[in-house]
Design a protein around this ligand. Structure first.
Ligand code: 2AM
Length: 183
């Protein structure tokens, strides 16, 4: 099964981002993301043998990171793959802590993931944008995303686009709590 870990926005934010995706795709071409498929990938595992699923779930459950907020406030385009995406304002310490902890858990269980390149937090909004030269992208409306859980998602590649199903959600720790006990 094809698996990845991701943050999924609350429904109102997913709708708002899908609206932005639609507007941008009308302007620049490409395929807009549907609200139900909007996510921020934390670790892409790719094809995983079914017998390894318990280990993958255990890695997700072992993550101990507090809830955090993200501010989505920018658009960018990767010309090499035609993905137009929304990004977040730095610092995104809570997010980087989550990614680091999750990836450490995966490595500790020898679960392979696509993590070779630097982690660039992004929410893909429009795929297959074809452009010749630089696009003048508008600034999105700044939006707060309260992150209180993340999910293991199974992806099925269909003709109409990928179909995502949540395998399990993993709650983050209440704010202010962390794994290390205070000194
Ligand atoms: P992205 O397009 O937002 O970067 C599920 O396939 C998700 O995993 C994709 O939406 C993609 O997110 C992310 N991903 C990261 N690395 C990938 C890879 N090597 N192949 C496919 N998807 C990948």
């Amino acid at each position: 099964m094809r698996l990845f870990f991701a943050l999924q926005p609350p429904a109102d934010l997913a709708e708002a981002l899908a609206g932005e995706a639609l507007t941008l795709s009308r302007r620049y071409g490409g395929r807009p993301a549907r609200p139900e498929s909007i996510h921020l990938t934390l670790a892409f595992l790719g094809e995983v043998a079914a017998e390894r699923l318990p280990d993958v779930l255990a890695a997700g459950r072992a993550v101990q990171v507090p809830e955090f907020d993200l501010t989505i406030d920018r658009f960018a385009l990767w010309p090499h793959n035609g993905v137009l995406w929304a990004g977040c304002a730095p610092p995104a310490d809570g997010l980087f802590r989550l990614v680091t902890d999750l990836r450490e858990q995966l490595r500790a269980s020898s679960i392979a993931f696509d993590g070779g390149s630097r982690f660039i937090p992004h929410v893909s909004l429009v795929r297959r944008v074809r452009t010749h030269g630089k696009l003048e992208l508008p600034a999105p409306i700044s939006r707060c995303w309260a992150c209180s859980d993340f999910a293991l998602i199974r992806s099925r590649l269909m003709a109409a686009g990928p179909d995502y199903a949540v395998v399990e959600s993993f709650p983050l720790l209440p704010r202010g709590l962390s794994r290390e006990p205070p000194n």
